[in-house]
Design a protein around this ligand. Structure first.
Ligand code: BG6
Ligand code: MG
Length: 211
């Protein structure tokens, strides 16, 4: 029934959502800004600068734009240092085999991620050349919950949103999918989102959803 499947990256294809959290946590702890796993949920799917603004809601002073730019850079440096540990073994067999089977079934497969580090991560886990299209933080002006990143992904694979499904772990991503006219499958935190078309317990559930 679907022609294309658009995957979020962090927290869907691989566990880099953990590294985002660790990098933000370090930055917040060093400045005495309260930040925990619960706060982190609001950061899923949103851009680096929007994430920083959410963290700074709990800061006890205001930060200038210049300070914020430096903080975002510092977080990204910490994050990229964590990415250096990653290799092809960090793509789980379950995700690899599911993606291959979906490809064999004839679906067009794309990435729709807010991250500007998407291509670095795909290279690390050995998926640089796998997807039919990559829409990421480098080709959008508005981050999720705006649908731009998914609409671009659909355009890149030449399919209409109504013929594509989005796979997401973030509430902001499910919102974005709805706003763009896409069906969506929620995994992790987003599995509890009432707006998701399908709820996944594990990545390979996609083989039941996309037959
Ligand atoms: C999303 C993550 O995929 O990318 C967010 O869920 C992150 O947590 C966003 O802020 C931007 O990522 P990056 O790598 O450009 O800082
Ligand atoms: Mg995600």
């Amino acid at each position: 029934m679907y022609k294309g499947i658009i995957f979020d990256l962090d927290g869907v294809i691989c566990f880099t959502d953990r590294y985002h959290y660790q990098a933000w946590k370090k930055l917040a702890d060093e400045r005495g800004i309260p930040f925990d796993e619960e706060d982190n949920k609001r950061l899923r799917g949103v851009s680096r600068m929007d994430s920083l603004d959410i963290i700074l809601e709990k800061a006890d002073r205001a930060y200038t734009d210049e300070e914020k730019a430096r903080m975002a850079e510092e977080k990204n440096d910490t994050y990229r240092a964590l990415l250096e540990q990653m290799g092809p073994a960090d793509l789980s067999d379950e995700v690899r085999n599911t993606l291959r089977e979906l490809r064999n079934r004839g679906y067009k497969l794309a990435i729709g991620s807010s991250s500007k580090n998407t291509k670095t991560i795909l290279a690390r886990i050995g998926l640089s050349d796998f997807f039919d299209a990559i829409s990421d933080g480098t080709n959008i002006t508005r981050s999720k919950p705006d649908p731009e990143v998914f609409l671009k992904a659909a355009e890149f694979i030449g399919e209409d949103p109504k013929d594509c499904m989005v796979v997401e772990d973030a509430d902001a991503g499910i919102e974005a999918a709805c706003a763009g006219g896409f069906d969506s499958a929620g995994i992790g935190d987003a599995a509890a989102n009432a707006k998701a078309t399908y709820r996944m317990r594990k990545f390979s559930d996609l083989l039941e959803i996309a037959k």
